[in-house]
Design a protein around this ligand. Sequence first.
Ligand code: TEU
Length: 561
Amino acid sequence: STRRRWWKESVVYQIYPRSFKDSDGDGIGDLKGITEKLDYLEELGVDVIWLSPVYQSPNDDNGYDISDYRAIMDEFGTMADWEELLEAVHRRGMKLVMDLVVNHTSDEHAWFVASRSSKDSPYRDYYWWRPGSDGKEPNNWESMFSGSAWEYDETTDEYFLHLFSKKQPDLNWENPRLRREIYEMMTWWLDKGIDGFRMDVINFISKVPKLPDAPDPEGKGYVSGADFFMNGPRIHEFLQEMNREVLHRYDIMTVGEMPGVTPEEARLYTGEARNELNMVFQFEHMDLDSGPGGKWDVKPMKLTDLKRTMTRWQKGLEGCGWNSLYWNNHDQPRIVSRWGDDGEHRVVSAKMLATCLHLMQGTPYIYQGEELGMTNVQFDSIEDYRDIETMNMYREKVEKEGVDPTEVMRSIHKKSRDNARTPMQWDDSANGGFTSGTPWIRVNPNYPEINAAQAVKDPDSVFHYYRRLIQLRKKYPIMVYGIYDLILEDHEQIYAYTRSFKGEQWLVICNFSGEEADFQMPAEVEMTRQELIIANLEVDPTENISSFTLKPYEARVYQIR
Ligand code: TEU
């Protein structure tokens, strides 16, 4: 709906702490490093910081495998460091959102240690244990990180379910005691004063309890069991219970990460009257360049597909729910390399992509380094990669399926999650100023040109363009609350749309191609004025825009009514 809410008017900045800023020279980013950089974030103008997990973890999946929800990871610092960070964030008028990973824990979490110890443990039922079927896994589900989603455990001669790595056993939300413990833990953090949660794969928590085999017509062996856990049977009940027991008592924001969610489902998750969540992260636009050849096979993204997808989401939640807007996160390749041009047109295309996203209706999320136009990385050797999904995928394809390693490296260069996880590039000193030691993952070699110090100094940088977009949002309610309408839906280079609010109208025009593009104002658009709001290239403000040519990756926003 168009009810005013602070989290609709905010811009969120995601920090992946391991790669943000190392304050003590051990090569790993940490909490003190984040606190040191708050001035930078304040200058950028973001309102909310979302921290990827900072809890105690053996780091099989960089903190998404939590062994203690109420303790800080040693490598990141102490609880006192975290409290100092929270206070420093609040002092600047910003807010702090924590990651909530409750679809699974680490196998080193005390619950799982007890659960695996005996079939009679009171914690047994906190996880999904099943006997094997004919000496094989209980079903044919595939893990998101390759191979079977089941791991055999000798102690009790049963298997446990892990949709992600085998060190990330899935929690059994059917168990009311488990749910109560999670709600208590959430309350504990909220009472410390945090401003919300980003909920990891939260639409996976309700499984069909029988855990049936998934159809496997091609005889692949292991296949996705998504039909039996994605938006599962009790998901809305669980979220409403969580809301009733915890969330509604706080003035916070919540965003649920939801692979496979549709706009129709999202109306249920985010509808204001339903008391579930404020927003979801959907993946439909992230899948538009997935090829038919399995994991990380890529095909070119068609702009008309992107327009159709984004428009379905914009119109689907209009007046009832709320969108999150993102191009990037710690799991995705860098957007400027993906759908822009990270060579000749890097700066202009990064600004165009920012324009297109921030002018839509919803809450924009910026992933660290996106505001610098940071790019993908291409390490020659698999040895330089750190991400478990990448390493498992390489092993699976090369060692098990016998695929040519060069081909596998090509798709890793395009899609590996480590593209997003190379250290933040602060300046042109060694290792981009990220650490005085040896970074846990290599820095992108382009840091001498692409770095924050350069960008802050240069008024034409991507950084300052993001800053201006954020300022515009503060000034113009139309940017937050305006109704979105697509125009020129069949144009193959230009993404153009209008925003309308209280008699005013804005027109957004973005050239997604590296060639010039001809814009023709459609007859249905009525212009009563022409005022340039923002553009990524120099524009003659008096130019007649009823018909004109856009330069490669050019973006302009006008007030036209
Ligand atoms: O990601 C969930 C998810 O959908 C991923 O499988 C993602 O689509 C894929 O990795 C893209 O290549 C969340 C977290 O964001 C991710 O970092 C975690 O590894 C995962 O959950 C398990 O907690």
